[in-house]
Design a binder for this molecule. Sequence first.
Ligand code: GDP
Length: 325
Amino acid sequence: MDIQTLATSVQNGDRRALARAITLVESARSDHRAQAAELLEALASSGRQALRIGLSGTPGVGKSTFIESFGMMLLGQGLRVAVLAVDPSSARSGGSILGDKTRMDRLARERDAFIRPSPSQTHLGGVARRSREAVAVCEAAGFDVVLIETVGVGQSETVVAQMADLFILLLAPAGGDELQGVKRGIMEMADLILVNKADGDLKSAATRTMADYAGALRLLRKRPQDPDGFPKALAISALEESGLQGAWDEMSALVEWRREEGFFNRTRAEQARFWFEEDVRQALLARLSEAGPLRDAMDELGASVAQGKVTPAFAAQHMQELLKG
Ligand code: GDP
């Protein structure tokens, strides 16, 4: 496969080339990794930039309904939309919460939309890198907005926030007057909280929930990358397609402010450095788990430590010597 030709086809908007390019960056084979690196280097020269929006929420909150109606709205405004998924479930169970093909079928049929289910992988670090590289491929292919979806179950939000310009938390209306079990750390990452299902019988509960979260957000420490009034909570209905334009207006205003103040590029630069370092870390870890002398030494030293023959400190020191060699 000629990588330069593939890169050119991706940049020209060839959908099959796009799918092939993403398959390449998702591959774990070492010869594919070298080609993927060459491809990403070639694509970077396009200088195209999409708005990367991370979206998280628990199963059933309405993520696919939201992505479909929000995506259709953006298409209606002449924007091209790509949807990628970071699915932590595939790591554990082999099953997938996200990315099954029956979701978002309206959007899936659109020429200016592209939907990619989550790569199935063995660990979140691997999924994360592949997703981030898939985002880069979509950017070079000229998409204006890349939505990166994940399930709100913990670690994956952090990973998605690290590859997004905006991080959105989708919540359902709460039954009682208590805040839902949203971890503080997740709240702190959110640029916008959207309380979905603000329609029918759920409308007043959604409005109450929105007010509760707006209050909770005001109690958080102010972040430098936020203008006054952010992060915000809004009530929407993905089903009835209400509040979506308002949400987009808020996102656009926030991004514009961050661009003007320099936070947008600074965050991207920090993320790029983070992913470089993460890649190196993952490669080092991979060396320890691949069959070979290093793994044998880990196994042997691990057994000796477990038997109390040597201390963990001594064994770790020994491993360090081996790693140098
Ligand atoms: P996901 O698991 O987060 O992707 O959630 P889905 O988009 O599959 O939605 C889960 C359920 O909630 C489905 O039955 C949807 O029809 C419903 N749902 C999604 N958005 C809304 C909404 O805005 N209002 C109402 N009433 N139901 C919704």
